[in-house]
Design a protein around this ligand. Structure first.
Ligand SMILES: [Zn+2]
Length: 111
């Protein structure tokens, strides 16, 4: 799985390597600030779409790095079953709900 480096200062994302073991912090080639690493599922908003960038930033600050989040998690005979990927929100109201609803899953990162 590949990942992206995102600069919230320039509102740009850069595709990075495919090996998650090689994830490392790197600096934005344009402004030199440290970038945030997220999975390749992050779809960067248009550069001028500040609201959507704010939503993405909010999600990341809350630990959601665009890894899969599941609508349902339950156990059958001791086996954990994950079903239905949740869609990442694009407006702040949905994002607040999303964080509230799924924050228990953020330690399932990068699965
Ligand atoms: Zn930058």
């Amino acid at each position: 799985m590949s990942y992206k480096n995102v600069c919230f200062h320039c509102r740009k994302s850069y595709n990075q390597g495919t090996d998650l073991n090689e994830i490392r912090e790197s600096k934005c080639p344009e402004c030199g600030k440290l970038m945030k690493q997220v999975t390749h599922r992050f779809r960067p908003p248009k550069q001028k779409d500040l609201k959507k960038w704010e939503v993405a930033s909010y999600l990341m600050r809350n630990g959601f790095l665009y890894e899969h989040v599941y609508k349902q998690i339950y156990e059958i005979k001791g086996i954990t079953v994950l079903t239905n990927y949740a869609t990442y929100p694009e407006n702040m109201r949905d994002a607040v709900e999303f964080v509230e609803k799924y924050k228990g899953q953020i330690n399932l990162k990068f699965k």
